[in-house]
Design a binder for this molecule. Structure first.
Ligand SMILES: Nc1ncnc2c1ncn2[C@@H]1O[C@H](COP(=O)(O)OP(=O)(O)OP(=O)(O)O)[C@@H](O)[C@H]1O
Ligand SMILES: O=P(O)(O)OC[C@H]1O[C@](O)(CO)[C@@H](O)[C@@H]1O
Ligand SMILES: [Mg+2]
Length: 461
C-alpha cells in the first residue's frame, strides 16, 4: 500500500481560537533532533532510497503531523468534559496512560470533568453509560504502580450510535479510546457516527496491545514490559531443562498473529534453541523438520529450549485433526480462538524423543496472563505518560479521528483508519528475525520450503 501525504493528514474540528497554556513556552521553539515545532511534520519513511522512490519534492513526501502542545487550541477548557475507556486484552501501562491523561487534562488544561467508562466499550452502552468513575489527579495518583486498568476492560461489539448517544447524554466532547486493533476500529466507527451527526466531539485513540501487532508505531506501549517479564520464564525453563536428562523446556507466550513477544523475549534471554512464531510456518516431521532438530539439539547439548508464540503452528492443529486442541470459533470481539499448539508440541516432542531412546524430561510453562497483568516497567511508564500527554494536546487542539503514536522516535498523529489498515507482524525476511536465527542457530525453515519461498541455507551456524 503506497501512502501519500494526504493519506496522513488528520481531521480538525475547526479553527483554534483559544490561547493554550503552553503558548508562551512554545513561541520560541524550533525543530531540532529532539523537538518537532508546530507546523513541521515527521517523515513516514526514513531511508534516502525510500524517500526518493516517491519522486516528489520534500514538502510532498508522505509525513505525519507531529504530536505535542499547540500555541492555540480548539476547545475552551472550561467547557470540556473528557471521557476515557480501555478495551481489549490487558497490557502493562494501561493505568499509566489513564493517569497521564487525567494529570495533563486537570493540571495543565484545568479541565474539571473527566469520566472513566467501565469495562471497555460496553461501558458506553445505554445499560452502563451512567456507571462511570469520576477521575481526578488524587484518584489516579498511585494507579500506575498496578497492572491492569482501574476502569476494567472487555471484549464484544457495541453499536456506534448507542455509544455516541452516551457521549452526548454525559456531555463528553473529548473522548480517549485506549485499545488494540479492535479498539482502534471501534474508535473509527465512533468517529464516523459523530461526524455523521455533526457533533463537536474529538476522538483520540491511544494504541494498545501486548502483541505489538499495530502498524505505524515503533512499538506499542507495554510491549517492552511484557517481553522483559516473559524473559524470566524462559530463563526459568532453561534452568530446569539444563538440569534434567534430555531436558525439553517449552515456554508458550502471547501473540495471536504476531510473534514479537516470543522473538524479543528469546533474544533477551539468549538461551533459546528454537523460536516459533505465527509468521513462520514449520513442519514437525522429516529430516529437516522440527522434531529432527529438537533431537539433534538434545543429542548435542543434552537439552533444548523452545520459545513458542501461541499463534504459531495453527495449521498443524488443523492437519492433526485434534479437536480438543483446535481453536473453535471466535471470542466476543470476533478474534479467532487459537488451538493449543503448546500441548501438541509437548506431546509430539515427547513421543519422538522417547521413540529414539532419548526419554525426555518435559518442562512446559504458559505464563501468558502472568506476563500481561504486570505493571509497566520504567521504560513503558515514561512511554505511556508521553503518549497520554500527546493525546491530550491533540484533542484540545481539535484533532480527531486520530491516534497518537511514536514513529521513528517522534510522537505523531496517525489517522485512525490507518491503525487498522494492516497488522504489524515479524517480517521473516527482516533484520529482527535474522537476529533470532543468528542467536538460536535454528534453520531458517523447518521442513520442505513453501513453494513461494526460495530455500535459504539452513541457519547461520
Ligand atoms: N470490528 C469491530 N468493529 C467495531 N468495534 C470493534 C470491532 N472489533 C472490536 N471492536 C470493539 O473494540 C473492543 C476491543 O476489541 P478487542 O476485544 O478485539 O481487543 P483489542 O482492542 O484489539 O485489544 P487487544 O488486541 O490488545 O486484545 C471490543 O470490545 C469492541 O467494542
Ligand atoms: O484476553 P483474552 O480474551 O484471554 O485473549 C487473549 C489474547 O489477547 C491478547 O493478549 C491481546 O490481543 C493476545 O495476545 C491473546 O491471544
Ligand atoms: Mg486486538
Amino acid at each position: 500500500m503506497t501512502l501519500h501525504l494526504d493519506d496522513l493528514r488528520t481531521r480538525r474540528l475547526g479553527a483554534c481560537r483559544y490561547d493554550s497554556p503552553f503558548s508562551e513556552v512554545l513561541s520560541t521553539k524550533q525543530t531540532s533532533p529532539h523537538y518537532v515545532a508546530e507546523g513541521d511534520r515527521v517523515l513516514l519513511e526514513d531511508t534516502v532510497s525510500m524517500l526518493a522512490g516517491h519522486g516528489l519534492p520534500s514538502g510532498q513526501v508522505p509525513s505525519f503531523e507531529a504530536a505535542g502542545p499547540r500555541r492555540r487550541i480548539y476547545f475552551d477548557p472550561a467547557n470540556v468534559t473528557a471521557g476515557i475507556v480501555t478495551c481489549g486484552g490487558l497490557c502493562p501501562g494501561l493505568n499509566n496512560v489513564i493517569r497521564g491523561l487525567v494529570q495533563e487534562l486537570a493540571v495543565h488544561y484545568k479541565v474539571k470533568g473527566i469520566l472513566g467508562f467501565r469495562n471497555g466499550l460496553q461501558g458506553l452502552t445505554a445499560e452502563h453509560r451512567n456507571d462511570t468513575i469520576e477521575l481526578t489527579p488524587e484518584r489516579v495518583r498511585d494507579i500506575h504502580n498496578a497492572g491492569g486498568t482501574i476502569l476494567g476492560s472487555s471484549r464484544g461489539g457495541q453499536d456506534a450510535d448507542e455509544m455516541v448517544d452516551s457521549l452526548v447524554l454525559r456531555g463528553i466532547n473529548v473522548m480517549f479510546v485506549i485499545g488494540g486493533d479492535g479498539g482502534m476500529r471501534a474508535a473509527t466507527f465512533l468517529s464516523e457516527a459523530i461526524r455523521a451527526r455533526g457533533l463537536d466531539i474529538a476522538v483520540i485513540g491511544v494504541p494498545k496491545t501486548i502483541d505489538n501487532d499495530l502498524p505505524f508505531t515503533d512499538q506499542s506501549f507495554g510491549f517492552q514490559s511484557a517481553f522483559a517479564r516473559a524473559t524470566d520464564f524462559i530463563s526459568a525453563v532453561s534452568v530446569e531443562a539444563a538440569a534434567s536428562p534430555n531436558g525439553v523446556g517449552i515456554v508458550k507466550l502471547m501473540g495471536r498473529h504476531s510473534g514479537f513477544i516470543a522473538a524479543y523475549a528469546a533474544l533477551a534471554a539468549n538461551s533459546s534453541d528454537i523460536v516459533l512464531i505465527p509468521e513462520v510456518p514449520f513442519k514437525l516431521g522429516g529430516a529437516d523438520g522440527l522434531l529432527a532438530h529438537v533431537e539433534q539439539r538434545v543429542r548435542a547439548k543434552g537439552f533444548v529450549v523452545i520459545v513458542l508464540a501461541e499463534g504459531a503452528g495453527q495449521d498443524l492443529l488443523e492437519e492433526s485433526g485434534l479437536p480438543q486442541q483446535n481453536g473453535r470459533g471466535t471470542d466476543a470481539s470476533g478474534n479467532v480462538k487459537l488451538g493449543n499448539i503448546g500441548e501438541l508440541l509437548k506431546e509430539r516432542i515427547a513421543a519422538h524423543l522417547s521413540a529414539v531412546g532419548l526419554a525426555p524430561t518435559m518442562r512446559y510453562i504458559d505464563p501468558s496472563y502472568a506476563v500481561r497483568s504486570i505493571a509497566a516497567n520504567a521504560y513503558d511508564s515514561v512511554y505511556c505518560l508521553r503518549l497520554a500527554h500527546a493525546a491530550v494536546h491533540a484533542a484540545m487542539a481539535g484533532c480527531t479521528e486520530a491516534a497518537v503514536a511514536r514513529w521513528r522516535r517522534r510522537f505523531v498523529h496517525v489517522p485512525l483508519p490507518l491503525m487498522t489498515s494492516r497488522r504489524n507482524q515479524v517480517d521473516p525476511d527482516g533484520d529482527l528475525w535474522m537476529s533470532v536465527l543468528e542467536t538460536t542457530c535454528q534453520p531458517a525453515e523447518f521442513g520442505p520450503s513453501a513453494p513461494d519461498r526460495v530455500r535459504v541455507r539452513s541457519g547461520f551456524c
